[in-house]
Design a protein around this ligand. Structure first.
Ligand code: FMN
Length: 187
């Protein structure tokens, strides 16, 4: 699959086939996370959860029942302390940034292998840590219920237009020199 096809195909899916996905594909996707840019240390860790009871508890911790319908759930956890040691307070900003970069690699690699998920960022941290024995000083970045997509169509989300996110030379300037407004049709 071409990179831009994977980028465009990736979407949040909250309904999964009953059939278990191949765990090897999930591990391959986690492997791709390692290639993301990092601020010195790769401080993100992934927990692959297959224990049904734990998955049910994670769904409760997130208060999102669809999480409990997945056969596998991946939980991404950062250890901020290593980055704070190297970069002081700035490390606290680097940590979620590099987690996001690694997570996007992971999501695209899942997409390439025809697996679907949703990035779940809302949950009770303490409960998730308790369920998975995660030390208190670590940060749970996100939860990813993973499955195979059902045939039931989910509505495509409209994405923000390029011209609304791109400025030239200064804040809010939408015109490139020479005077051109860049839109999807223009590049
Ligand atoms: C940081 C973050 C947290 C999110 N948390 C949740 C969540 O708790 N529950 C959920 O259903 N979706 C969550 N999402 C998924 C977004 O709702 C989804 O990405 C967005 O609606 C765009 O749709 P798309 O992923 O299909 O492009 C989260 C996404 C991000 C990036």
């Amino acid at each position: 699959m071409q990179l831009q096809d994977a980028i465009k195909k990736r979407k949040s899916v909250r309904r999964y086939l009953d059939k278990k996905p191949d765990w090897r594909k999930i591990i391959r996707a986690i492997d791709m996370a390692r290639f993301a840019p990092i601020a010195g240390n790769f401080v993100l860790r992934f927990i692959l959860v297959s224990d049904e009871k734990k998955i049910t508890k994670l769904a409760k911790a997130a208060q999102q029942s669809f999480v409990g319908t997945a056969k596998y759930v991946v939980v991404a956890v950062s250890d901020d302390s290593k980055l704070v040691r190297s970069y002081g307070d700035r490390g606290l900003r680097f940590s979620p940034q590099q987690a996001g970069a690694a997570i996007e690699n992971f999501l695209l690699a899942l997409t390439e292998q025809d697996l679907v998920t949703t990035w779940v960022g809302y949950f009770y941290d303490e409960q998730v840590k308790d369920i998975l024995d995660i030390p208190n000083d670590l940060s749970v970045e996100a939860i990813f219920p993973i499955g195979k997509e059902t045939k039931i169509k989910t509505s495509e989300k409209r994405k923000i237009d390029l011209e609304n996110i791109l400025y030239f030379d200064k804040w809010k300037n939408k015109k490139m020199t020479p005077q051109t407004i860049v839109s999807m049709g223009g590049v």
